[in-house]
Design a protein around this ligand. Structure first.
Ligand code: PMV
Length: 342
């Protein structure tokens, strides 16, 4: 046998995936290891921003290597817990494909990390899809969504699909997956993200999910979210923006009420956050249909019909609190690409 034919093969694949913004929130789990959420959640997938990730399993690596870059930085090696979250997921795929090869992962985001956009959702959905492509696994979208959920950032499971998406909580792992409610071109909404702070938050969402179990408001939030999911689906079906926006904003306040009354108490808001929330109420009094939501952080996401995005951006962009902003339309979900990063 020639040396060439004895060489072990390499497996390389790439994918592109967007973040998403939750209209109803995932905050608290019934099973931490399996990432089973306490309630269903509904989101909008964001367009124009994404993570592009390439994974190569190859005998040329004697350990896993992980590099991450963003709009302002080319990919740099990461270590510590950031790396461990990725390598744990790689190990899951090695087991699935019955291989032992180490891998190199390079991930490039076209937006700044730490800008209040859920980069873990785009990152882990892109990583999962790149592993699927690299190893040539034949999986359904449902299975892809389950594998993405297991990466640890539960909200990533919703990014697999474009448009408006629901993640059903499920009682066991193979019942907890996302599916599309309406495609990306169904309704021209936009998410105007205002960057108040790009500092790394003191409490990760991982800590927040655990701490939420200590809040006496958690059960009430979960109960209310069941009703709000019905209301959101109805508002989406009827394209009733006011009804949709009211629930989106209430869901944000519910999440943050739980966070503030958790143990430890978590306050993600900053003065600029409160100022924006007040201005959003003022804008509505002036007849502008805009509603605010927040992830686990201080940076407001303003949900508008796309025709009103310009007016909202003009209102906020020069404020003393707003360092930067992004306007994201409704986007497509995770997709495979033949464009490799290395
Ligand atoms: O996806 P995780 O595990 O990082 O949790 C994020 C949860 C929120 O973004 C705060 C809410 C949500 O439903 O996306």
């Amino acid at each position: 046998m020639s040396e060439k034919s004895q060489k072990k093969p390499s497996y390389k694949g790439s994918a592109i995936s967007p973040p998403n913004i939750a209209f109803s929130k995932y905050w608290g789990k019934t099973n931490h290891e399996l990432v089973l959420p306490a309630n269903d959640s509904i989101s909008m997938t964001l367009g124009s921003i994404y993570s592009h990730t390439t994974v190569e399993f190859s005998p040329q690596y004697d350990q896993d290597l992980v590099e991450i870059g963003d709009q302002n930085h080319s990919p740099q090696p990461v270590a510590g817990s950031k790396k461990t979250r990725v390598t744990t997921h790689l190990a899951r795929f090695r087991k699935l494909a019955s291989i032992e090869l180490k891998a190199k992962v390079v991930s490039q985001n076209n937006f700044p990390l730490g800008a209040g956009i859920a980069s873990s959702a785009s990152a882990f959905s892109a990583l999962t899809a790149a592993c699927i492509a690299a190893l040539g696994l034949q999986v359904s979208k449902k299975r892809q969504s389950i594998l993405t959920r297991l990466a640890g950032s539960g909200s990533a499971t919703r990014s697999v699909f474009g448009g408006f998406v629901r993640w059903q909580k499920g009682r066991e792992s193979n019942q907890s997956y996302a599916y599309q409610l309406f495609p990306a071109d169904y309704w021209a909404l936009a998410d105007v993200v205002l960057v108040i702070s790009n500092q790394e938050k003191k409490f990760s969402s991982l800590q927040g999910h655990s701490a939420s179990a200590q809040s006496s408001l958690t059960n009430a939030r979960v109960r209310q979210t069941k009703l709000d999911n019905q209301g959101l689906e109805q508002a989406l079906a009827q394209k009733n923006f006011a009804a949709l926006g009211k629930i989106i904003e209430k869901q944000m306040y519910l999440l943050h009420a739980v966070a503030m009354t958790s143990n430890p108490a978590i306050l993600y808001w900053q003065p600029g956050t409160v100022w924006v929330l007040q201005q959003v109420q003022r804008l509505r009094q002036q007849g502008v249909q805009v509603y605010a939501t927040l992830d686990a952080g201080p940076n407001p996401h303003l949900i508008v019909e796309q025709v009103n995005a310009h007016r909202v951006i003009e209102y906020f962009k020069n404020s003393q609190y707003v360092q930067d902003y992004f306007c994201c339309p409704v986007g497509r979900g995770t997709r495979f690409t033949s464009k490799h990063l290395f």
